[in-house]
Design a protein around this ligand. Structure first.
Ligand code: 5GP
Ligand code: ZN
Length: 115
């Protein structure tokens, strides 16, 4: 828990969020500013600033994130199993919130490359 971290506050419940999936390790909630019909953020409950802070032993956290993505991809009817999962690591890559998060985006045709 990082007292100054927005996503830690969402985990603690001091800032509200529209949660869609939760385990002991992982929370998934709707992005406040969606870029597609489905835009969910999947985060570890333990504060890690970015993927760079994930340790070699953090298999459960990594598996929990991918498991949440796979389940949501299968269960959210707008997706039909088709979606993009991405994380931005560092400011120049586009990371704004310094708590590791994966964007699960879909429900429309997505372009490549991103900006
Ligand atoms: P980043 O740019 O760091 O990869 O993504 C941060 C994401 O967090 C953005 O898509 C932004 O819309 C989302 N976000 C920022 N503040 C809040 C908030 O208070 N609640 C929710 N649900 N999403 C937020
Ligand atoms: Zn945090």
């Amino acid at each position: 828990m990082d007292d100054s971290c927005l996503f830690c506050k969402i985990i603690q419940g001091t800032i509200p969020a529209d949660k869609v999936f939760e385990t002991d390790q992982v929370l998934a909630f709707k992005d406040i500013n969606p870029v597609a019909p489905v835009h969910v953020l999947i985060i570890p409950k333990r504060h890690l600033a970015s993927l760079n802070e994930l340790s070699e032993g953090d298999h459960e956290v990594a598996a929990g994130i991918f498991d949440a993505a796979r389940r949501l991809g299968a269960e959210l009817p707008e997706l039909g199993g088709e979606y993009r999962l991405l994380t931005s690591c560092g400011e120049s890559a586009g990371q704004v919130v310094p708590h590791l998060h994966f964007h699960l985006i879909g429900g429309r045709r997505l372009n490549w490359p991103p900006g």
